[in-house]
Write a protein that binds this ligand. Structure first.
Ligand code: NAP
Length: 286
């Protein structure tokens, strides 16, 4: 059976691009989405993807990435009383779409107006990546305990996890240009959430029963631009413009296209297996 890949957050540009390359190349995928129609519409807008391809290769699980049961359904390809087949890779682009805020309600209740504040990003759920990471770890823990005879049996097939974090998250790593530091200061809330996600993943890997023993790849893009749209098959996507750094050898850049992030994850993790990048914080910029 060919490997199946789980996607979380594939209505976001980066993960959608990765899922589109994945399906267009004939892999099977299971995607968790709050709004399946949104995911389907985005995928059908991708060059080379048809309803027939989605019908043949994609299973959509409707639900919330904070719900352990829903995440479990996304990670199990097939199961019967005797055996369980898991996805081989998990790719998560979960995040909160934010907007820049320059004002706040007046501190004086009698004055119904907004007053200037320090510019910052406001997101509907500032803890979404932490919460979805907890649910992912909870789902893996339940799968390991409920579906396998021993932890060693689970460990032999534990999926490899790739998550999208961000540049500027890791203390001591210079991956943000000097000019952009004030902008990154405004990203304090989502950055704390991403840092918490990375911390949870690191803690899980230190445990004796390491649920993430399939390996973790952390992708840290600079400021994202563009949308989910991938290149036509055979056309130049601009991939050669992408610069790839690591914590030891960072690349510093301003922005990067969402579709290029998806293409890098597709090429290196889906097609390439990701072994080379396990344990790395991969900085991607243009
Ligand atoms: N913006 C930047 O400059 C920047 C820079 C570096 C890294 N990042 C991070 O890179 C990642 C990818 O960004 P992107 O722009 O491609 O995607 P995005 O627009 O941030 O999409 C976020 C995804 O998370 C999903 N999601 C949020 N809450 C959910 C929940 N409770 N249950 C299920 N799904 C949920 C959204 O689904 P719905 O469609 O249902 O909302 C969407 O698919 C994000 O984590 C982002 O924070 C962003």
């Amino acid at each position: 059976m060919s490997p199946t890949i789980a996607f979380l957050g594939a209505t976001g540009g980066c993960a959608n691009a990765c899922l589109a390359y994945t399906l267009r190349s004939g892999y099977n995928a299971i995607a968790l989405a709050r709004t399946p129609a949104k995911l389907t519409a985005l995928l059908l807008s991708q060059p080379g993807l048809t309803q027939d391809i989605l019908d043949a290769h994609l299973r959509i699980i409707e639900g919330d990435a904070r719900d352990v049961e829903t995440v479990m359904k996304t990670l199990v390809v097939a199961a019967d009383a005797h055996s369980t087949t898991l996805v081989s890779l998990i790719i998560s682009g979960i995040g909160g779409t934010g907007e820049m805020v320059f004002t706040k309600p007046s501190p004086c209740e009698q004055i119904p107006m907004r007053v200037p504040t320090v510019p910052h990003i406001s997101i509907p759920n500032p803890n979404i990546t932490e919460q979805s990471t907890r649910a992912l770890l909870g789902a893996l823990a339940r799968i390991a305990a409920e579906r396998f005879g021993s932890f060693a049996d689970y460990a032999a097939v534990a999926p490899r996890v790739t998550i999208i974090s961000g540049a500027g998250i890791k203390k001591g790593v210079t991956d943000v240009p000097l000019l952009f530091r004030p902008l990154y200061a405004a990203l304090d809330i989502p950055h704390k959430d991403k840092a918490q996600m990375e911390r949870l993943l690191a803690e899980a890997q230190e445990k004796a029963d390491n649920l993430l023993c399939g390996g973790v790849v952390i992708v840290r893009p600079s400021i994202l631009g563009g949308d989910h749209k991938i290149a036509e098959a055979g056309a130049d996507s601009g991939f050669t413009k992408l610069r790839v750094g690591t914590e030891k050898k960072p690349e510093i850049g301003y922005t990067v296209g969402r579709a290029l992030i998806g293409e890098w994850i597709y090429r290196e993790v889906v097609k390439g297996g990701g072994e080379k990048w396990v344990g790395e914080g991969v900085i991607l910029t243009e």
